[in-house]
Design a protein around this ligand. Structure first.
Ligand SMILES: Nc1ncnc2c1ncn2[C@@H]1O[C@H](COP(=O)(O)OP(=O)(O)OP(=O)(O)O)[C@@H](O)[C@H]1O
Length: 254
């Protein structure tokens, strides 16, 4: 068992003492003339699950993409372990919203999870034993062994989410950037995903996810960043998700 888990580094926090591993300083992102995000300042560490909360168009997806290095910053800094994030790296796994994924794409669950190894192997190189073990471990840890030969399009929404998370595990990503992972899941699938994210965080990853349901945010996340183009609040769930703040941000009483 020990041997298997060695494929994932759990040392995310160990080398860094009390320092925050992800620091965002005064971040702004604009798409041409549209300001999507302004003045974001947060510091957080592996082991945390951070919810991004805010109305439609508040900049949640933009922040996830920006942390992943997929959209350029207009100003400010994103630091991962003290180094400026300017482009995508293997440390980050970004999962787009469901509707942005082409579910008709013919690929098996195992094939999808194998894609997590391509940043290491390149598309042309043969899979090493280590790559195969990493894929096996990822499938195993997300309970996808029995589904590995199935087509992605044939799975339920919850199973599809798990397949994408397994790809991130095979990639050995430390930061999981998830765009509305709970949307469209039934209660059981949502509970399963909630447990899974708790486990992935406990293993030393940083989970950052946009989320719409303020009630379940209390159980599913440790910290909350409330966005409305500008940063409204950041802190622990209990500190931040007060009825006053919610009605101010969403312009509706709870
Ligand atoms: N590729 C793009 N080009 C131009 N404008 C964009 C682009 N992507 C997002 N925007 C704009 O940036 C702002 C923030 O969008 P973003 O998708 O980050 O918000 P969101 O909080 O994720 O919204 P939702 O909850 O609806 O998914 C919006 O005004 C949006 O119209």
């Amino acid at each position: 068992m020990k041997e298997e888990t060695d494929y994932i580094s759990h040392d995310c926090c160990a080398h860094h003492g009390h320092h925050h591993e992800l620091v965002i300083e005064n971040l702004s992102v604009a798409y041409r003339e549209i300001l999507a995000l302004e003045g974001v300042n947060i510091a957080t560490s592996c082991g945390n699950r951070v919810a991004l909360i805010g109305p439609n168009g508040a900049g949640k997806s933009t922040l996830l993409k920006s942390i992943a290095g997929l959209v350029p910053r207009s100003s400010g800094e994103i630091l991962w372990r003290g180094t400026s994030v300017k482009k995508w790296s293997r440390e980050f796994a970004y999962l787009p919203q469901r509707e942005e994924i082409d579910w008709s794409f013919p690929i098996t669950v195992r094939g999808l999870v194998e894609m997590g190894r391509y940043p290491q192997t390149g598309w042309w190189r043969k899979f090493s034993l280590e790559d195969r073990k990493a894929v096996d471990h990822a499938l195993d840890s997300l309970n996808l062994n029995d589904l590995q030969d199935r087509q992605i399009r044939e799975l339920s929404g919850g199973q599809q989410q798990r397949a994408f998370l397994a790809r991130s595990i095979a990639q050995e990503a430390h930061v999981l950037l998830l765009d509305e992972p709970f949307t469209g899941l039934d209660r059981n699938a949502a509970l399963l995903l909630g447990d899974l994210l708790a486990r992935l965080a406990a293993e030393g990853r940083l989970v950052i996810a946009s989320h719409h349901d303020l009630v379940s945010a209390h159980e599913l996340f440790d910290e909350v960043l409330v966005l409305n183009t500008k940063q409204v609040a950041f802190g622990s769930v209990a500190e931040v998700l007060t009825p006053n703040l919610i009605s101010e941000t969403f312009a509706v009483p709870l």
